[in-house]
Design a binder for this molecule. Structure first.
Ligand code: PEP
Ligand code: MG
Length: 752
């Protein structure tokens, strides 16, 4: 049974579309269980009803026609109860519904199991037999196991493939997929799959008909790939830093290696076609790098394979001309690399969607820097057939709609229009203070990380940079940036905002933000070698960064330094000492640097309970609600399986924030919030009620939050806060906050 099970699951996973997957299920299960019928009913969320989508044993013409509502018939009952129903004679059951067109009057024994995914019934799997007997325990166990395995696959296929059923199907296009917000905004565009099918491992050997021709094809492919890379680098000029663009030069360099080209040619002459020769040569070169001790060199193996895929693409497909991108391109891929982003001519890239990743992934970071909506973490699914399909990207809610219904397109068009109108209206707030109706002045700060952010941010009328994520320039590079290079970057940032203060956070990698050239494989990375823990252990990384920041501050004096992931007082003390040491050493070298203010991020629960002690060593605090929420609720902020449990409005989070802001104020320390919560209009009311001094957020949220602050009194915000703290769940808090915004005339923000 286990072997049959495995085979079925494998075959279904390899299916090209939903229809094919269902056909495989019914034929294989019927044969495997030796029954007379196997059928699959799939939920049509629009109805909602369960629709017969495939059968082996019932009348095939009834497929797509038999529909049952929840609780209707034994199928509907199984879906509602979410447990198996096993009957010797189905016709005797009070819920039995007879459909003459199926020809099922001849069957008695009936076993139905629900296909449940994330508490939702996605469908029902049924086997039937002529004889009157209940199915045995092992048979039930088998079908339940298949059901459990297939529910997720079915849900992905049903939602993700957007391949409509074989007929203009009963369920129509279902294309809503919930992922994770990556970058805010909404777009309606056309899907472009960045690298179609260039899988080196899937290439088979083949004897070429004409080796000389094969050799010529290969040389042409190399030339074209080099040209393509150079053109990409040119297109990104001005959009990315020089260091990032250097990736393309590395690729061109790899391509120029004679031994790589000659290795392929030798293999072609040895009797293999170009793709096979390329596969082996690339594998050989990548292996050399993989076997080195050096982490940086090991990471080069991936570059070699990336180059290999690009050449393969040109060999296998007729990619003689530059790929034509539609004016409303939405890149969709497992991961969308920077190189793929660079391929799209400026102005034509309207959205990015990744099956993997999260809001802090590389790609999401770039998308925010470029001001393009992005949705991440859709989960594994077959997207190979979606090139050119229409798509809606909702970067606010982390959703996409593939092949959206006209009603959804209309709805989102209205939304985009509304966004435009709202932005135009809010532009009038640019030069006004963030002051409550009872005249309390609140600080507004920006979260930045890329050089591209700075141009937009510099004239937004904010008070400070509340968070400069210094790891971003580290993440867009191929090696650790040297002190001088860091100095140049930090200097640009400090200069752009001077005399306004800039809070630079020291390197916060590890966890879900690994550096490609510094892999740290850990069982539980979020509880591992992250942020300050890593930098304190690596003075060779930490000190150059501190020195670069301190030097960049000379003559400007607007730098503040902040440490991420502080959990213990000792960490803060040690980090502070490192700053002193860097200053001392620079002084000894003749570079006198002013002493910056030093702050600690509050994002580890133990820090929240140590405010008094931390206050002795910190000049200010900033609360990282993104991490704090995940650690307080014990919910991984990037895991789609528990995404519904990650909620910054959980009353426990609100109470914790209230206490920590109160404690920090009692200790006389300024406190800000630089997590996403500060950018959420409803949450802003709560933070205002807590007496928060500074709200720091990405550029797109600034004017919205200013509008909220200018629309409420501190007194009103306090009342709302105390109501929220008495509530039992995040949903109630959210509803209450939406009502508050609406009542204050800010309903448009609820929509966004
Ligand atoms: C946070 O955790 O809230 C935060 C601002 O830092 P990051 O999102 O970069 O971890
Ligand atoms: Mg954090």
């Amino acid at each position: 049974m286990l072997a049959t099970l495995r085979q079925i699951v494998q075959r279904v996973n390899a299916a090209a579309n939903l229809h094919e997957a269902l056909e495989i299920i019914v034929h294989r299960v019927k044969a495997g269980m030796n029954t007379d019928v196997c059928s699959v009913y799939v939920r049509d969320p629009a109805a909602p009803q369960y629709v017969l989508m495939a059968t082996d044993g019932l009348n095939p013409s009834s497929v797509g026609k038999i529909r049952m509502g929840a609780g209707e018939g034994i199928v509907g009952l199984t879906a509602t109860r979410q447990e198996p129903i096993n009957l010797a004679n189905a016709a005797e059951h009070p819920s039995y519904r007879y459909f003459p067109e199926t020809g099922e009057q001849q069957f008695s024994g009936f076993l139905a199991v629900p296909l449940v995914h994330f508490r939702q019934s996605m469908g029902v799997l049924v086997v039937q037999q002529k004889s009157q007997r209940v199915f045995g325990d092992d048979e039930v166990a088998f079908l339940v196991t298949i059901g459990a395995q297939l529910a997720a696959t079915l849900s992905y296929a049903a939602l993700g493939s957007a391949v409509p059923p074989h007929e203009p199907g009963p369920s129509g296009p279902i294309g809503l997929i919930q992922g994770l917000p990556g970058a805010p905004g909404v777009t309606i565009g056309s899907i472009v799959l960045p690298s179609p099918l260039a899988d080196l491992d899937a290439v088979a050997n083949r004897v070429p008909d004409d080796a000389a021709q094969e050799e010529a094809n290969f040389r042409r492919a190399v030339r074209e790939t080099q040209q393509e890379l150079r053109a990409s680098a040119d297109r990104m000029e001005g959009r990315l830093s020089d260091e990032t663009r250097a990736i393309f030069d590395v690729y061109v360099l790899i391509l120029g290696q004679e031994d790589l080209v000659e290795g392929v040619i030798a293999r072609i002459r040895g009797g293999n076609w170009a793709p096979g020769a390329l596969r082996d040569t690339i594998a050989e070169h990548a292996k050399v790098f993989e076997q080195t001790e050096d982490a940086y060199l090991r990471a080069r193996a991936e570059d070699i394979r990336a180059i290999g895929r690009r050449i393969l693409l040109r060999l296998l497909f007729d990619v003689t001309s530059v790929k034509q991108y539609p004016s409303d391109t939405v890149l969709l891929g497992d991961e969308v690399s920077l190189a793929r982003v660079a391929d799209v001519p400026p102005g034509q890239l309207k959205g990015i969607v990744c099956l993997r990743g999260s809001v802090v992934s590389h790609t999401a970071v770039f998308a925010r820097g470029l001001g393009i909506p992005a949705v991440m973490g859709l989960g594994p699914r077959n997207v190979g057939a979606l090139d050119g399909h229409p798509i809606i990207v909702d970067g606010y809610r982390g959703r996409v709609f593939i092949d959206p219904l006209p009603a959804a397109v209309q709805e989102y068009r209205r939304f985009v229009q509304h966004e435009g109108q709202l932005s135009a209206k809010l532009a009038g707030l640019r030069d006004l203070d963030a002051t409550t109706t009872d005249h309390v002045r609140v600080g507004l700060g920006l979260n930045v990380g890329l050089l591209t952010d700075i141009d937009v941010a510099a004239n937004l009328g904010v008070d400070e940079v509340g968070l400069y994520r210094s790891e971003f320039p580290f993440m867009t590079r191929e090696t650790f940036p040297m002190e001088q290079e860091q100095y140049e970057t930090y200097r640009k940032v400090l200069k752009a905002f001077a005399p306004k203060p800039v809070t630079m956070r020291t390197l916060d990698t590890g966890g879900d933000k690994p550096l490609p050239y510094f892999p740290t494989a850990e069982e539980n990375p979020f509880l591992g070698w992250r942020g300050i823990r890593l930098t304190l252990d690596r003075p060779d990384i930490f000190l150059p960064q501190l020195r670069a920041m301190l030097r960049a501050n000379v003559g400007l004096n607007n730098l503040r330094i902040m440490f991420p992931m502080i959990g213990q007082v000792d960490e803060l003390k040690a980090a502070r000492e490192a700053v002193d040491r860097a200053r001392r050493e620079l002084g000894e070298e003749g570079c006198e640097c002013p002493a910056p203010l030093i702050g600690a991020m509050l994002e580890v629960p133990s820090a929240l309970l140590s405010i008094r002690a931390l206050s002795r060593y910190a000049d200010f605090f900033s609360i990282g609600t993104n991490d704090l929420t995940q650690y307080l609720l014990a919910v991984d902020r990037n895991n789609p399986n528990v995404a519904h449990l990650y909620n910054q409005l959980d009353p426990a989070v609100i109470r914790a924030l209230y206490l920590v802001i109160r404690d920090a104020r009692r200790c006389g320390k300024p406190v800000s919030v630089c997590g996403e919560m500060a950018a959420d209009p409803g949450s802003a009311i709560l933070l205002l009620g807590m007496g928060l001094g500074t709200f720091s957020m990405s550029t797109s949220a600034v004017l919205r939050i200013k509008w909220v602050i200018r629309s409420f009194s501190g007194q009103r915000a306090k009342q709302v806060l105390h109501r929220a703290m008495r509530m039992e769940c995040a949903d109630s808090v959210r509803n209450m906050l939406d009502d508050e915004l609406d009542g204050a005339g800010l309903g448009e923000l609820v929509l966004a």
